[in-house]
Design a protein around this ligand. Structure first.
Ligand SMILES: C[S@@+](CC[C@H](N)C(=O)[O-])C[C@H]1O[C@@H](n2cnc3c(N)ncnc32)[C@H](O)[C@@H]1O
Length: 277
C-alpha cells in the first residue's frame, strides 16, 4: 500500500494520464503483479518468448518498438537490448520502478504517449457530450528506422480507462462503438507501421470456481466473455491462459483466467483477414 502510494506520487506522467486514471490503473496492475506474480509467471514467460520469436523474424536490427511496455513485467529487455541498436518502450505511463529497472540499458529509451492519440480530446468531449473521435494513430509511421514493433498485452486495455472516464457523459452504445474503434484502429496501425510487427493480446476472459467452491457451493465455470468488443481475430500462432486474478484476488470463490493470443507476423495474419477466432 505504501509502495503503491509512493509510486503513484513520484511517477512522472502527463496531467491527463493522472487525472483520467491511467496512472492509477498502471499502479493497480503493478500491485496485482506483486500479489500474483507466481500465478502470472507462465504468462510472462510465454510473452517474453513470443516477443523474441517475433523479433528474430525482423529483417533489420535497428529500432525495436514495444507498445504497452510501461510496466516491463513481460518484456525481455536484456535480450532485446542486445539484439537491436535501439529499443523504444511506448506507454502512456512509465512507472518509476520500471524506469529504474530499464535505466542500466543505454540503448533503451521511453516514449510517454497515448497510442490511440485520442485521449487528450476526451476531457472536452466529456464536458460537452461531443462525438467521440475516429482517429488513426500516426506515431512513428514515418520513422523508417523502425524494424520491429510488438503490441504487448495492450489491445484489450485501450478502451478500459476511457470507458470508465466517459461513463457519466456518454451512452453505453457510444462508448462501446468508440472502444471498438480503438481496437480496430490499433490493429490497422500495426499493419501499416514500418518493419515487422507482432501482436500479443488477451481476447477473452472466463471465471472458473476454485475446487472448494465447486464442491461446497456447486459453482460452475462462466461462459468466456469477449474483451475485444466483438473484433474477431485471425487464427493465432499460439495461445495460452493467463491466471490473471486467482482467488481471492477479485472473488473468494472464482479464479479469473484470460486467454491470450500471439501473432508472430501481424501483417501476414491481417492480410489473410480471416476473422475466425
Ligand atoms: C495490462 S498492461 C500490459 C502488461 C504490461 N506490459 C506488463 O508488463 O504487465 C497495459 C498497459 O497498457 C498501457 N496503456 C493503456 N492504454 C494506453 C494508451 N492509450 N496508450 C499507451 N499505453 C496504454 C497501460 O499504461 C499499461 O502499461
Amino acid at each position: 500500500m505504501i509502495v503503491e502510494f509512493l509510486e503513484y506520487t513520484i511517477t512522472p506522467c502527463s496531467a491527463i494520464a493522472r487525472s483520467m486514471g491511467f496512472l492509477k490503473s498502471s499502479i493497480e496492475v503493478r500491485a496485482r503483479y506483486r500479489r500474483c506474480c507466481a500465478a502470472w509467471q507462465a504468462h510472462l514467460d510465454h510473452t517474453r518468448e513470443s516477443i523474441l520469436e517475433a523479433a528474430r523474424l525482423s529483417k533489420g536490427r535497428r529500432k525495436a518498438v514495444l507498445f504497452g511496455a510501461g510496466l516491463v513485467h513481460d518484456i525481455p529487455i536484456r535480450e532485446l537490448s542486445g539484439m537491436f541498436e535501439e529499443v523504444v518502450l511506448v506507454d502512456i505511463v512509465h512507472t518509476i520502478s520500471s524506469r529504474l529497472q530499464t535505466a542500466p540499458f543505454g540503448n533503451v529509451s521511453r516514449i510517454s504517449a497515448d497510442v490511440t492519440e485520442t485521449v487528450d480530446k476526451l476531457p472536452e468531449l466529456a464536458r460537452t457530450n461531443g462525438k467521440l473521435p475516429n482517429h488513426m494513430p500516426q506515431l512513428l509511421l514515418l520513422d523508417d528506422r523502425v524494424d520491429f514493433t510488438v503490441s504487448v498485452n495492450l489491445l484489450s486495455q485501450l478502451g478500459w480507462v476511457p470507458g470508465w472516464y466517459l461513463k457519466r457523459s456518454h451512452s453505453k452504445s457510444a462508448i462501446e462503438e468508440f472502444q471498438r474503434h480503438l481496437v480496430e484502429a490499433h490493429l490497422e496501425y500495426l499493419r501499416i507501421i514500418p518493419g515487422h510487427t507482432a501482436l500479443i493480446t488477451d481476447y477473452q476472459w472466463q471465471t472458473l470456481p476454485t475446487p472448494d467452491a465447486q464442491t461446497r457451493l456447486g459453482l460452475t465455470a462462466s461462459e468466456p466473455w469477449d474483451v475485444l468488443k466483438g473484433r474477431r481475430l485471425p487464427a493465432p500462432d499460439k495461445t495460452w491462459d493467463w491466471d490473471i486474478a486467482p482467488a481471492p484476488e477479485r472473488d473468494p470463490d472464482y479464479n479469473f483466467v484470460a486467454s491470450v493470443a500471439f501473432f508472430r507476423d501481424w501483417k501476414d495474419s491481417f492480410q489473410k483477414n480471416s476473422q475466425v477466432f
